[in-house]
Design a protein around this ligand. Sequence first.
Ligand code: UT7
Length: 324
Amino acid sequence: MTRRAVVAGIGHYLPERVVENAEFTKWLDTSDEWIRSRSGIERRHFAAEGQTTSDLAIRACQAALDNAGCTIDDIDALVVATSTPDLTFPSVGTMVQHGLGMTRGFAYDVQAVCAGFVFALTNANALILAQQADRVLVIGAETFSRIMNWDDRSTCVLFGDGAGALVLEAQNGAGTSADRGILAADLNSDGQYRDMLYVDGGVSTTGTSGKLKMQGNLLFRHAIDKLSSTADTALERAGLGHEDVDWIVPHQANIRIIQGTARKMGLPMEQVIVTVQDHGNTSAASIPLAMSVGVNRAQIKTGDLIVTEAIGGGLAWGSVVLRW
Ligand code: UT7
């Protein structure tokens, strides 16, 4: 018997306010055509005034718990991937824990920007394998609208808000790649690329939360190679190849990066879950959001082999291979 961390349920929450590309043309020199053709984005959701990252995360967790058929009493730990916490501290994790009425177990945040969910999922898998927890809520939740410079057309049209969560639970497998659950992962970072994507404020520098800055075209050049190679490494560690993959669930930053990565992996777009048109780039929330939408669309089914891959600020990038 091999202990595995298996997805028992998934859910997501998107704020009510939907902003179409055309809205930005009211104050920026941009167009729906530019945003669509360069990024694939058509619309995104923005949190309401006063609505925080933990608010979005709590809604996503409730949906995931319902989908798993369990309650918060069945959960031992929460791991939240976010770069847009409500406060500098305490963690969004503990706020979500409190919001869900949980007074036992433990909760904390993981910060790896757009790759955050891949890092959080790997971390939660390790907790389960080390028998620190039997059931973990793994959450990606962001309010990137709060760190936009609304006069910077090269960034503010690209990001959105949202949250996705999944319940990961310990189950016994046979120890083969036919098992359900997380089969392998690959994590990477390289701080020499800091200036490609960062926020120009922080506690120990400006004392403000700052605004996002990105050299998108430089980052674009790294994305496809790093994403396809991390996915290949994770697949190899699982003893699997491209032919075994049912779905790629990529970070949703840009349709051209998503297409380029799939092409490099030799997989057709019919095997890729795409939500970037409706959500924009929701950073650490994008993968669990896409997984949840993929399940709702009846694309992802029990037993399917899923490859996730993400890259973002740091740079940080990685991939998780799991059987649904
Ligand atoms: O999630 C974290 C990871 N993030 C990413 O992976 C993002 C990676 N990068 C990208 O997705 C793309 O690089 C962008 C979508 C950000 C930009 O697309 P691009 O094809 O690389 O465009 P560019 O930055 O090279 O800009 C091309 C032109 C520039 O004008 P000039 O210098 O050629 O005259 C920009 O000023 O497009 C201009 N531009 C815009 N025009 C209309 C930049 N933003 C806009 C805009 N509307 N919103």
